[in-house]
Ligand binder design. Structure first.
Ligand SMILES: O=C(O)c1cc(C(=O)O)c2c(n1)C(=O)C(=O)c1cc(C(=O)O)[nH]c1-2
Length: 253
């Protein structure tokens, strides 16, 4: 077999961005439905419940990553990701902000945090990401996080679309997304440079690109599962959230 040619960093970055252009979940029909105001209140609730599972597992995957890093400088930079989600004394953190969104759409935050009712396919996809980061070479683990290159655009579209179309949307309920717009750029600038510096052979570039493709699959399959359970054909798997479950008591919102 002939060795894969090594691309320049600029060529390799273009290859990574092309993966996002073709495969990122901003192209999924569920996001079009959500951002355009086409979701029913229950479809929004189903999204909030399932997406919570992703939020809750992100700091666990970052902890799995940190547990394998021997370089203190890399650990020091990476650990802010855990604080962004879990919070600090001064910052409530992304998980709490997500639960505020849950409350705004009429869900009991304790129900959402229990992760009862999360779709089986959401769990399989998200757990696969945690295991990937735990088991694969660090280069692939960092490359998988680079879907965040494409996230600010979808977060901005989401803020605009939700504010325009849903009564629950306001500064408090959408604080999660506004904060990500501030937090994600530092992570992604670091992650991209790290991957470009470390993917210094054609083989490593192929492995990093494959990791990013894997991650786009993780995101896409979550929305496929959501669409099939709650939009069309609206076939909810056994045990997953049903209309009327996990709601806030009347007057508690
Ligand atoms: O709303 C989104 O579409 C979206 C996508 C992604 C992503 O691309 O993985 C993340 C987030 N949001 C996000 O909020 C977030 O904190 C986050 C962390 C990571 C990661 O892989 O470490 N991805 C994402």
């Amino acid at each position: 077999m002939t060795a894969t040619k090594t691309a320049t960093p600029a060529e390799f970055e273009a290859r990574l961005r092309q993966i996002g252009a073709e495969r990122y979940h901003d192209r999924h029909p569920f996001h079009h439905l959500l951002h355009s105001g086409g979701c029913t209140p229950d479809q929004v609730r189903a999204w909030v419940i399932n997406r919570y599972y992703y939020q809750a597992r992100i700091p666990m995957k970052d902890a799995a990553f940190l547990s394998r890093v021997e370089d203190p400088a890399l650990r020091r930079i990476w650990r802010s990701r855990i604080e962004d989600h879990d919070g600090t004394a001064e910052n409530e953190g992304g998980i709490r902000r997500w639960l505020r969104l849950a409350q705004a759409v009429g869900l009991d935050p304790d129900y959402v945090a229990s992760t009862d009712g999360v779709l089986p396919a959401t769990k399989f996809a998200v757990d696969a990401y945690v295991h990937f980061v735990r088991d694969k070479p660090l280069l692939e683990a960092v490359a998988a996080s680079l879907t965040e290159l494409f996230a600010p655009k979808i977060h901005a579209e989401r803020i605009e679309g939700l504010l325009a179309n849903y009564a629950f949307a306001d500064d408090s309920s959408l604080a999660y997304f506004r904060n990500r717009l501030k937090e994600a750029p530092k992570d992604v600038a670091f992650g991209l440079k790290w991957v470009l510096d470390h993917a210094d052979t054609g083989e490593k570039q192929d492995a990093a690109a494959a990791a990013l493709v894997f991650k786009t699959d993780v995101l896409w399959s979550q929305l496929d599962a959501l669409y099939s359970a709650y939009v069309d054909p609206a076939r909810i798997p056994p045990g997953a959230w049903q209309t009327g479950e996990g709601l806030l008591a009347k007057g508690a919102a």
